[in-house]
Write a protein that binds this ligand. Structure first.
Ligand SMILES: Nc1ncnc2c1ncn2[C@@H]1O[C@H](COP(=O)(O)OP(=O)(O)OP(=O)(O)O)[C@@H](O)[C@H]1O
Ligand SMILES: N[C@@H](CCO)C(=O)O
Length: 321
């Protein structure tokens, strides 16, 4: 279980008195996360999620938590942060920043059908639009600057072919990011990590997006690419499934129409989406942090996806008439 910071019921009982949540009755570590330490907690007011942030700082967190609050207030279904009696939503626990948010109903849909992908596409577009007037600005901290910093750190662990793939892709993405086409892409706050395990479904009803702790300001197209690269593939091979790609993109397009510039950048952006997670998985694999128990994600999965997106064109963003 990836519990980096243990929290006992005793610890919680003292800490929770600053909130209007009544008494704490239970706390249970959640095993699946790899970035933060998460707990389900039960109080007099019901069930919530407590997150202790392992890497994010007090300075970075207001962006994520206020974005969640902003979206929740605009009817986008995301966990709503709970403020203490002073109005603070980020509070120290064992010397680390921590927050309590509402618990979403349902479970992750790890074998999505086209209708699940359509629900995700539509809500992603609604989320992009709803976040447009969010006043805080923070870059995507796992964006281009981080790729350029991280590539040299992981490069020594790669074989010759992998080094070539990584260096070529970094060069191509730098060139694209410097282009006029890139500058014309729609930007705003994005989720940036909208994998199947960060969305809840109750049957076919989407009950919420969560885990906003990689969110940042970046192109909307990058968010779509990251999402398609996880939701619309054969999990073993990374090959895109056209029916799911079409369902997700058409549903997004119906809410917020894609532009011709986005269409032109789509194939490159799918590669960027693969590169980002290949790099982070390589980093976590070769330079792991200590945890009580931790299984790193397989970097090879996104290496394959990157190779596939280079080799074969994906379905277009939309059909041009
Ligand atoms: N608000 C929420 N409502 C319901 N369940 C939640 C909520 N937040 C987290 N969880 C549960 O906790 C698990 C881990 O949370 P989360 O994905 O945020 O952790 P993480 O460490 O950021 O993980 P990763 O970065 O690996 O996706 C989720 O898979 C989900 O089951
Ligand atoms: N979604 C990321 C983990 C960080 O949230 C991955 O699958 O590598």
């Amino acid at each position: 279980m990836a519990v980096f910071t243990p929290v006992s019921l005793d610890d919680l009982s003292g800490w929770i008195t600053q909130f209007d949540l009544g008494q704490a009755h239970a706390i249970k570590g959640i095993s699946s996360g790899i970035e933060n330490t998460n707990f389900f907690i039960t109080t007099d007011r019901g069930e919530f999620v407590l997150t202790v942030f392992e890497k994010l700082t007090f300075a970075q967190l207001p962006f994520y938590l206020n974005l969640m609050r902003h979206l929740a207030e605009r009817g986008v279904s995301v966990p709503a942060p709970i403020a203490n009696r002073d109005g603070a939503i980020i509070n120290a626990l064992h010397g680390k920043p921590a927050a309590i948010v509402t618990k979403l109903e349902g479970a992750s849909q790890m074998s999505p059908a086209p209708q699940h992908c359509a629900a995700v596409g539509a809500m992603l577009a609604r989320m992009h639009l709803a976040a447009l007037d969010f006043p805080l600005r923070q870059p995507n901290l796992r964006g281009l600057a981080w790729w350029n910093e991280t590539a040299p750190v992981v490069l020594p662990y790669l074989d010759t072919a992998q080094k070539l793939l990584l260096n070529d892709e970094i060069a191509l993405q730098n060139a694209y990011a410097a282009s006029a086409d890139y500058a014309a892409l729609q930007q705003g706050p994005i989720h940036a990590d909208l994998f199947r395990n960060n969305v809840m479904f109750d049957g076919e009803r989407l009950t919420g997006f969560f885990d906003f702790y990689f969110a940042g300001c970046d192109t909307w197209l990058f968010d779509v690419a990251v999402t398609v690269n996880d939701w619309c593939i054969a999990p073993d091979t990374g090959v895109l499934d056209d029916a799911r790609v079409r369902a997700l993109l058409d549903a997004y397009h119906a809410v917020r129409p894609f532009t011709a510039t986005e269409q032109a950048g789509w194939q490159t952006m799918l590669r960027a989406g693969a590169l980002r997670f290949w790099l982070s998985r390589l980093y976590d694999f070769h330079l792991p942090r200590e945890a009580e128990m931790l299984t790193p994600h397989d970097p090879g999965h996104f290496e394959r996806i990157l190779q596939l997106r280079i080799a074969r064109p994906a379905p277009p963003l939309f059909q041009e008439s």
